[in-house]
Write a protein of this length. Structure first.
Length: 282
């Protein structure tokens, strides 16, 4: 009897291990793309992009201050901080958070005495989303703020509720570069969560507004590789398809198939999950 129980238990453990291997094979590439590794891109001597390790980060080293857009989290945040200290050489630091998700704000607290700016959210929500008040923004924006940094003018554009309760886009006028945070994902299914205010319909409206910004040459998404204006168009088309499937269930299977090559996370992001959010958040 004991031998039979042990044999059954061994089979169950083997099945669990095999399922784990299968899930890892399917989903680890997505995890790796989002949260592990880090690609460094230097478009010019003052500008460095750090992709991966959480949310994508932009570091702009001007003559008067160093601007950091999104600070990653965990070990990647610490690595980024050390690079910023080396690049900045004691200059004042301005941090801009495109939204309140921890993978974009987790390094805020490392930058002592930094000026931290984000779109306006309830402070209690920020504390909940960030597991404490450390690194909370010192400035909450409800209107566009222009920062003059050397030859560059950087517009901080609060767009209100979209991917979260309050998102913020950043536009570099001289470089024609738009930093979107998680308003745009490239090659990855977006994350929507009712608790953080995600709303697909409002996200669509915001993308249509951002698309009208003049002469966008580079788009830095919240996750995934950089691109041109087409990233906004692609994200808009993706969300429009999700909305179409939400209103027309008979089209859902076809639309899911259309985006099957996008990276997805179990229980967190997939066409089906996004379609459900469109159905439930109008």
């Amino acid at each position: 009897m004991i031998r039979k129980v042990l044999k059954t238990l061994g089979i169950i453990i083997l099945i669990i291990i095999l399922l784990g291997i299968i899930l890892a094979a399917i989903y680890f590439p997505a995890m790796k793309k989002l949260y592990f590794g880090e690609a460094e891109i230097r478009p010019d001597s003052a500008l460095t992009l750090y992709l991966g390790g959480g949310g994508n980060t932009v570091v702009f080293n001007s003559d008067s201050a160093i601007l950091v857009i999104d600070t990653k989290y965990g070990k990647a945040a610490e690595s980024l901080y050390n690079k910023v200290v080396t690049i900045g050489k004691g200059k004042p630091v301005i941090i801009v958070n495109t939204h309140s998700d921890l993978d974009h704000t987790g390094g805020n607290a490392l930058y002592k005495n930094a000026r931290i700016i984000s779109g306006k959210v309830d402070e209690e929500y920020w504390i909940s989303a960030n597991k404490g008040s450390a690194g909370m923004p010192s400035e909450w924006l409800t209107d566009t703020l222009d920062l003059k940094l050397g030859e560059e003018t950087v517009s901080l554009i609060p767009v209100g509720q979209a991917h979260t309760w309050s998102d913020l886009a950043v536009y570099f006028h001289h470089r024609n570069m738009l930093v979107t945070g998680d308003l745009v994902f490239n090659g990855i299914n977006t994350f929507f969560d009712e608790k953080k205010g995600s709303n697909g319909w409002k996200s669509l409206t915001v993308l249509k507004v951002l698309e009208k910004l003049p002469e966008i040459k580079m788009v830095v998404p919240g996750h995934g590789e950089t691109g041109g204006r087409e990233l906004i168009t692609q994200m808009q088309a993706y969300l429009e398809d999700m909305a179409l499937a939400a209103d027309n269930p008979e089209m859902e299977k076809e639309i899911r198939k259309k985006y099957k090559k996008l990276a997805a996370m179990p229980g967190m992001s997939s066409p089906g999950i996004v379609i459900d959010y469109f159905r439930n958040n109008r």
